[in-house]
Design a protein around this ligand. Structure first.
Ligand code: NDP
Length: 279
């Protein structure tokens, strides 16, 4: 009897264009695994039914995106990462139990390790933004041992909420104090949507950053943001948003298909071409 083909999906609403099918199909081909990955457009009112019967819909697991990430946390058994970030983006079965996790944390850290090895020699980071992705970044940096994270956000209450959540190694600072924090930062991370296509630019002068600082941007449209271009022009090492997107997909694939895939230059080129074709 032929083995049933394993399949995962991305659940979102509306059905937006996503790079996830491209990434997972590439790895399935590379590893010679017979499997599938599709997009499921599920409206909020149908989400609970869909997730609670994921298996009977034909799936061994799923990615979850806007607007379902917080709801997914309530409908599954989340791990510490999903709970700390307040959102689940990856669902998988453990027997009949549907578990969830958040892979943005390791996506961010894995990409930094690959793009700027040794970045973690710094004790001090400056993180811009205190939204959903910032929680994953802050969690990852603290777990990795960064001693102090200056956290700048337009509305400082959101930065203070992250300090309350993660403790005093997170130090909220006013948005206007970014220039004061730059000379002490060995790592600068943009988690805001500033600099993204269609959004206002991120107004920041990098000349005060230390010469060995690393600059990371979560924004990946455009691929090279003005922030990354300015950092490279200064000779600083960088980690880009596309790298994070690729690295965050690794564990989901492993959990669903039972093999750990690699983020290769070929995969990156494929996704870059797709991004350029759609932007
Ligand atoms: P959120 O909406 O949760 O947070 C947005 C952040 O941007 C907030 O800190 C917000 O500040 C800030 N911001 C928005 N507009 C302005 C402005 N005009 N001036 C100053 N600050 C502003 O978004 P996410 O955290 O989910 O995503 C942020 C970015 O990261 C997006 O571009 C997203 O595409 C990217 N991303 C990339 C990933 C990857 O894998 N590469 C993964 C996840 C996200 P305030 O709180 O004051 O509103």
């Amino acid at each position: 009897m032929a083995a049933t083909k394993r399949a995962a999906c991305l659940i979102g609403w509306p059905a937006a264009h996503s790079r996830s099918p491209l990434i997972h199909h590439y790895w399935l081909r590379q590893l010679g695994i017979e499997g599938g990955y599709s997009i499921e457009a599920v409206p909020p009112e149908g989400f609970a039914e869909f997730v609670l019967h994921l298996k009977s819909h034909g799936y061994v697991g799923a990615n979850v995106t806007i607007p379902h990430k917080e709801r997914a946390l309530q409908l599954t058994e989340p791990d510490a990462r999903a709970r700390a970030v307040g959102a689940a983006n990856t669902l998988y079965y453990d027997g009949d139990l549907l578990r969830s996790t958040n892979t943005d944390i390791e996506g961010f850290i894995g990409n930094l390790d690959a793009s700027a090895p040794g970045w973690d020699r710094t004790a001090h980071a400056l993180v811009l933004g205190a939204g959903g992705s910032s929680r994953a970044v802050v969690y990852g940096l603290l777990e990795r041992g960064v001693q102090r994270i200056a956290l700048a956000n337009r509305s400082i209450e959101r930065a203070q909420a992250l300090r309350d959540l993660f403790g005093d190694r997170v130090v909220p600072i006013a948005w206007s104090d970014i220039p004061v924090a730059l000379p002490g930062a060995g790592l600068l991370v943009n988690t805001t949507s500033l600099g993204m296509k269609g959004q206002p630019p991120l107004p920041i002068d990098l000349s005060a950053l230390p010469a060995d600082a690393v600059v990371a941007d979560l924004v990946y449209v455009p691929l090279e943001t003005d922030l990354l271009a300015a950092a490279r022009a200064r000779g600083l090492r960088t980690a880009d948003g596309l790298g994070m997107l690729l690295h965050q997909a690794v564990r989901g694939f492993d959990l669903w298909f039972g093999a750990r895939p690699h983020v290769t230059a070929e995969l990156r080129a494929l996704v870059e071409a797709d991004l350029l074709g759609h932007t």
